[in-house]
Design a protein around this ligand. Structure first.
Ligand SMILES: O=C(O)CCC(=O)C(=O)O
Ligand SMILES: [Fe+2]
Length: 315
């Protein structure tokens, strides 16, 4: 699933208030989204709703990662799907809960970290989630429309869940090892937001790693995940990416909102996308079962191509 040579990511501006389906503004952006994603599987989305949330968001991330290790490890004391991972700290730390309940997880996380309360932390993470999920829904709706799949939109949105991941990366001493190893994102779509320290790299079709440099502090990086690529019968590529930082960099904070098919829901390539010229590329799959496969592959040291959806249910 190659994509064209990428130098810098194209930017699409979503700042217009009340962007509504069926309006001329919507249709113009829809065409751009389709073209850019078809080429690269990712783009930069500028969205001025981040203006007010940006500052408190990075205060919140610094506050969380600044907690003592023992406190952060409390995230793992309850039966959360993943929780806090600081095994590569200070080069990489992240916290991720995988049960699709962002509000509940933010609430639990806040109570575990600050038993005396920290309402600004939870409020800020929920504001971010609201903005990022709004943007995700606009973009996925545009994608479905552009593939002539409008009639599936409600079902698609109703069978989507979100997970939030908070990340901190620091520059490593001279090494070729990435902070966050190269991978494809697994779900429908990823909405990433970062501070001013770059480090995200996307591989272009020539195999070169291109550093993503957002052009504005209000920009998100949007990436197609494997599940969406499969739903569209390979119609959009999912970019291979990693985080790589040198020792000269300052601390990078980033936060990702991941939209994915709910477990128990069977993802099927719509008939509209399959014909003689476009044979079916993926058998129906359940995201939860795919995640099980992914994790067992990871545990036995499988390479990135050996833990893809293609390896799991490719025709
Ligand atoms: O930190 C970043 O910008 C990228 C993180 C990432 O690729 C992920 O969480 O899947
Ligand atoms: Fe990723």
């Amino acid at each position: 699933m190659g994509y064209e040579t990428l130098v810098t990511l194209p930017v699409i501006d979503f700042s217009k208030q009340d962007l509504m389906p069926g309006t001329p503004e919507w249709d113009v952006l829809k065409v751009q989204v389709r073209q850019v994603l078809q080429k690269y599987g990712c783009f930069e989305a500028s969205f001025d709703r981040m203006v007010e949330v940006r500052k408190p968001l990075f205060v919140a991330l610094e506050e969380f990662f600044g907690l003592p290790l023992e406190t952060k490890n409390l995230c793992n004391s309850k039966r959360h799907f993943r929780g806090y991972n600081g095994s590569k700290a200070p080069f990489h730390e992240n916290v991720l809960f995988e049960n699709g309940d962002v509000a509940g997880n933010v609430h639990n996380l806040t109570n575990m970290m600050w038993p005396q309360g920290n309402s600004s932390f939870s409020k800020t993470l929920l504001s971010f989630t609201e903005i990022a999920s709004g943007l995700d829904k606009i973009i996925r709706r545009m994608i479905l429309e552009s593939f002539g799949l409008d009639k599936y939109t409600d079902e698609h949105m109703d069978t989507t869940e979100y997970n939030l991941r908070l990340m901190k990366n620091e520059g490593r001493p001279q090494t070729d090892e990435p902070n966050h190893g190269a991978h494809y994102d697994l779900g429908w779509m990823t909405v990433l937001y970062q501070n001013e320290i770059n480090g995200l790299e996307i591989q272009n079709k020539d195999g070169e790693w291109i550093t993503v440099k957002p052009s504005s502090p209000n920009s998100f990086i949007i990436m197609v995940g494997e599940a969406l690529s499969a739903l569209l019968n390979g119609g959009l590529p999912s970019p291979f990416h990693r985080v790589m930082m040198t020792v000269n960099n300052k601390t990078r904070y980033s936060i990702g909102l991941f939209a994915a098919p709910k477990g128990g829901y069977q993802v099927n390539v719509p008939d509209e996308l399959v014909d003689e010229e476009n044979p079916l590329l993926f058998k129906p799959f359940d995201m939860e079962e795919f995640l099980g496969f992914y994790k067992s592959q990871l545990a036995r040291g499988a390479t990135a191509p050996e833990r893809t959806l293609k390896a799991y249910c490719g025709v």
